[in-house]
Design a binder for this molecule. Structure first.
Ligand SMILES: NC(=O)c1ccc[n+]([C@@H]2O[C@H](COP(=O)([O-])OP(=O)(O)OC[C@H]3O[C@@H](n4cnc5c(N)ncnc54)[C@H](OP(=O)(O)O)[C@@H]3O)[C@@H](O)[C@H]2O)c1
Ligand SMILES: *[C@@H]1O[C@H](CO)[C@@H](O)[C@H](O)[C@H]1NC(C)=O
Ligand SMILES: *[C@@H]1O[C@H](CO)[C@@H](O)[C@H](O)[C@H]1NC(C)=O
Length: 430
């Protein structure tokens, strides 16, 4: 597989993020790309700062002076990405592979914000990709939870999501470009009003997928497009090192930090499932599995959507997650979980459940395409790639990242009031 990358020029966005940093390190360590252009707002100094938060100092130094890496100081939400004409022309000429992994992942942003931070930049990056004469592959990193609205539409409680685009239900089906125009003009759309998404973020990623798909299809370059949908990204199993994590980009780490030492006797979560205590599930996938699925499907020439998930076998129940959280607890009692039969937007539930919304749901994200690729490839071709979460890792636990959870709890409490800050410092430090 790695030969595919020989002498290729790569353009990467999001290279300071949880996923993008790992993609960058994997390419620089194992592929023989000619050059990697990294679009980074704030340039080298931003890179030094962001990488310094999750990587060893030596690795940051190695990245910053790497002869195959060129950092471009730019911003995908600005016209021309705030690059010079010379830089743009150079990229148009040289780039063979584009990996668009930059995105806001803020779950509370409003739809107009998500339009500016997610849809519009993604449309611009794809449009630029189509202008690159020598482009052979374009990867858009979406999210498996872009289809979380199916929870409300499905008659099943455990919702199967296939690796394809689900058109949104609305009164008047129309070209996606019209929907995008309405969003830009009015700040919302009839599709958004009719389909119950947990967050504007989810809808924005769904719309971006459809926009990019339409652009590549219209240009008759559908075969160049790959959409990778990670579930909830979690710490690395192996690469770049065991436990590699970006605290605030790892949702389960944030959830654990918010709940482990909560001074309550009861936690209220909302769900419309009949027995969420036993049937709600969460799909967390190690970041290195996402990286390897992305790079293997890219090289293999896979088109359309691919899930990067733990799937039906690797996902965990909410109960397992909660038990793992309680195991980190320092206070002498564990709060009882009360499931309320309410919608995921229910105001009265605990704030972290209200933010996360999908506690009381269950999705079975198909991973047929990766299974098929594994089964049809010679063993040697996939040697060294981690395409599936290690199955025999034992019961789900969070102890191995307890330091991350603790640090994340401090970050969260800093945003709360002084009393909570003091409380959290005392409890976690004892
Ligand atoms: N984290 C998850 O659990 C998860 C789950 C499913 C899918 N995803 C998707 O995976 C992708 C990567 O997410 P992540 O977890 O790596 O997120 P992250 O850690 O928050 O990183 C986001 C990256 O995007 C960059 N970015 C955002 N806006 C930008 C702009 N206007 N111009 C240039 N760069 C910009 C950020 O740059 P700065 O350093 O300058 O902020 C950062 O490098 C995203 O598409 C996300 O939607 C994530
Ligand atoms: C890119 O494509 C153009 C036009 O097809 C060609 O002239 C040029 O040599 C190519 N550049 C590279 C670096 O391959
Ligand atoms: C997310 O967006 C909301 C609403 O725009 C904002 O108040 C909040 O500060 C953002 N959170 C982060 C972590 O950027």
């Amino acid at each position: 597989m790695w030969e595919y990358y020989d002498k290729k020029t790569v353009f990467l966005t999001g290279g300071t993020g949880f996923l993008g940093t790992a993609v960058l390190l994997r390419l620089l360590s194992d592929a023989k790309c000619k050059r990697i252009y990294l679009l980074l707002r704030g340039g080298q100094s931003r890179g030094r700062q962001k990488w310094g938060e999750s990587l060893p100092t030596a690795t940051v130094g190695w990245l910053l002076q790497h002869h195959r890496l060129t950092v471009l100081n730019g911003d995908i939400s600005e016209p021309d990405f705030a690059l010079t004409h010379d830089q743009l022309n150079l990229l148009r000429d040289e780039v063979n592979i584009m990996i668009h992994a930059a995105s806001s992942i803020n779950l509370t942003q409003t739809l107009p914000k998500a339009c500016k931070q997610i849809v519009q930049p993604s449309e611009a990056v794809a449009r630029f990709g189509l202008q690159c004469y020598n482009l052979s592959r374009f990867v858009y990193v979406s999210t498996a939870y872009a289809n979380s609205h199916l929870h409300m539409l499905s008659s099943e409680e455990d919702v199967t999501v296939e690796e394809r685009i689900y058109p949104l239900s609305n009164e008047a089906s129309r070209p996606v470009s019209e929907e995008y125009k309405e969003l830009q003009a009015l700040g919302t759309t009839s599709e958004y009003a009719v389909n119950d998404f947990p967050w504007a973020y989810g809808y924005a990623k769904h719309l971006s997928e459809r926009l990019i798909m339409a652009m590549f299809t219209e240009a008759e370059r559908y075969d160049q497009l790959l959409i990778v949908r990670p579930s909830i990204i979690g710490p690395a199993e192996y690469f770049p090192f065991t436990g590699y994590n970006v605290l605030t980009s790892s949702p389960i780490t944030v959830v654990a930090a918010a709940l482990a030492n909560v001074p309550a006797v009861e936690l209220q979560f909302a769900s419309t499932m009949h027995d969420p205590a036993n049937h709600a599930t969460i799909d967390e996938v190690p970041v290195d599995v996402v990286v390897d699925r992305l790079l293997v499907h890219l090289a293999h020439g896979t088109t359309g959507c691919v899930h990067a998930v733990s799937g039906k076998v690797g996902r965990i129940s909410m109960k397992e997650l909660y038990d793992a959280i309680v195991a980190l607890r320092k206070l002498p009692w564990a709060p009882r979980v009360a499931w309320l039969y309410e919608s995921w937007h229910y105001e009265g539930q605990h704030w972290i459940s209200k933010l996360f919304k999908v506690f009381g749901t269950s999705f079975s994200f198909s991973e047929h395409r990766t299974v098929a690729l594994r089964d049809s490839s010679p063993k040697e071709a996939l040697q060294g790639f981690v395409l599936f979460k290690t199955a025999d890792a034992g019961p789900y636990e969070l102890y191995s990242r307890h330091r991350d959870v603790q640090e994340c709890a401090f970050v969260i409490s800093r945003r709360m009031n002084v009393l909570l800050r003091v409380f959290s410092w005392i409890v976690w430090s004892c």
